[in-house]
Design a protein around this ligand. Structure first.
Ligand SMILES: NC(=O)c1ccc[n+]([C@@H]2O[C@H](COP(=O)([O-])OP(=O)(O)OC[C@H]3O[C@@H](n4cnc5c(N)ncnc54)[C@H](O)[C@@H]3O)[C@@H](O)[C@H]2O)c1
Length: 435
């Protein structure tokens, strides 16, 4: 059964179902379509599925044009009907893995989507999880459910884990040029998983188990979280000493070995770095182990918005103004530059704190025309146009996300005061306060 499936995959005659058509699933669907596979896109969100059927995408950097063509030719079939999964030879899960209200892993999307799939699975399929999660998820959560449905994993069904390394907005690497790690529940599972990804990515890195593959992703994102925390702490120390941290990072980056630059900012955002390490923290407790670096990095990174706020208060004070009743314009609402993703964005927390302090808050972001619906924060706002007049009307501009589209010279010419949390302006620039 394994050899037959691998043969079908290598001939690009296999059908691939992608479950969860978000920031990860949609680029992956595009990649498989580009390489000639027929792709079934499954999502519970009918608005997304309808948009794709009408030839529109909802992620700015994923172009709509090809999707329309592929939909019309039948190569891409978006649907909310999970029974279509029985037509697929490989099914890839790209559903969210957030933290719950107690900052513990919420696997309900993974287990829920699998439960919906189970009645439609058939022998000879590969199921691969791509959502970021703690080591053991595939083995402890997916395997028993698949076996409980009567399959013999490694013989008539194949189960694998391959972490997604998508980096939205990265112009140097895309889904096909980022090497893909893959582990299987058995040797045969891994072989099938590797065979699938080899068709669409330049390099596949097999590892010995699904647990190892899951841990790879957690290591990568913990590495980032800890290093960002370190540089965020050093930024505050350097600031206290009158040293420009960005000058220091630039100079340190000339070292050809043993150093790689991380940049300080207003705090972490997105669906990955603030969340993923805590999946490991939770799992480690089961083994009586503590993840002190992760906790400390989380503490430093989550305190950054407070530090930035203190800089706004300081800068306004220098200009003879209190925060209360000041008009503050936040530049950039998404969590990182040149993307439209606002999940966990520090800009939103900052807006909330500014408003709680009595400031009149607005924002400008070319990627986010309307303040999105959020569970914890509500702002009835649309993005401000950045005209000289509007800039001049504000007491303070707070640069949180440094999109390349902003006209930084024009902003500086017309702003009364800028608090810069990204080091976009040269240190010592007139009316600019580093934060
Ligand atoms: N965004 C990134 O840059 C990135 C990078 C690497 C890894 N990841 C990981 O990939 C996973 C997905 O992240 P994302 O950013 O693509 O999330 P997303 O929210 O953009 O997309 C998830 C999609 O899954 C759909 N969905 C929810 N429940 C479903 C269900 N039961 N069945 C089918 N579809 C369902 C949602 O409607 C949504 O379209 C997460 O585990 C995340 O940590 C994300």
């Amino acid at each position: 059964m394994k050899d037959k499936l691998i043969k079908k995959i290598r001939a690009h005659e296999s059908v691939v179902a992608i479950l969860g058509l978000g920031y990860v699933g949609l680029p992956l669907a595009r990649l498989f379509c580009e390489r000639g596979f027929r792709v079934i896109g499954l999502d519970t969100d009918c608005e997304k599925v309808d948009a794709l059927k009408r030839g529109r995408t909802y992620i700015r950097h994923v172009g709509a044009e090809q999707f329309q063509r592929w939909f019309e030719s039948g190569r891409f079939c978006p649907s909310t009907d999970f029974s279509n999964a029985c037509d697929a030879d490989a099914i890839i899960l790209c559903v969210p893995t957030p933290l719950d209200g107690h900052r513990e892993p919420d696997l309900s999307y993974v287990t829920g989507s699998l439960e919906s799939l189970l009645p439609h699975l058939r022998p000879g399929q590969l199921l691969c999880l791509e959502s970021t999660t703690y080591p053991g998820t595939t083995h402890e959560e997916l395997l028993p459910r698949v076996e409980g449905a009567g399959f013999s994993v490694g013989e008539d069904f194949f189960l694998a884990y391959s972490p997604e390394r998508e980096d939205p907005g990265n112009v140097s690497y895309n889904t096909s040029t980022i090497p893909k790690v893959c582990g299987g529940e058995t040797e045969a599972c891994r072989e099938v998983g590797v065979a699938l990804y080899e068709q669409v990515v330049d390099s596949v890195v097999p590892v010995s188990s699904t647990q190892a593959a899951e841990m790879v992703k957690i290591l990568e994102n913990t590495f980032r979280a800890v290093n960002i925390a370190l540089v965020n702490e050093l930024k505050q120390v350097a600031h206290g000493m009158g040293i420009d941290i960005f000058e220091v990072i630039r100079a340190a980056s000339t070292k050809p070995f043993g150093y790689m630059p991380f940049y300080p900012g207003p705090g972490l955002g997105g669906h990955c770095i603030p969340i993923d390490p805590f999946y490991l923290t939770w799992k480690a407790r089961e083994y009586g182990l503590h993840t002190r670096f992760i906790e400390l990095a989380g503490e430093v990174n989550t305190s950054m918005p407070e530090w930035v706020l203190s800089r706004v208060v300081y800068a306004l004070n220098e200009h003879g103004k209190a925060l209360r009743d000041s008009r503050v314009l936040v530049l950039g609402l998404s969590y990182k530059k040149n993307v439209d993703d606002t999940r966990e964005s520090p800009s939103v927390r900052l807006m909330d704190m500014l408003r709680a302090g009595g400031a009149e808050v607005s924002y400008s972001d070319p990627y986010v025309p309307e303040f999105p619906e959020m569970r914890r924060f509500q702002f009835d706002l649309t993005s401000c146009e950045l005209s000289p007049e509007i800039i001049g009307r504000h007491d303070c501009l707070l640069l949180v996300t440094d999109h390349d589209d902003f006209n930084y010279d024009m902003i500086q010419r017309h702003a009364k005061l800028i608090v810069d949390a990204r080091g976009r302006y040269a240190n010592g620039a007139e009316n600019v306060y580093p934060a």
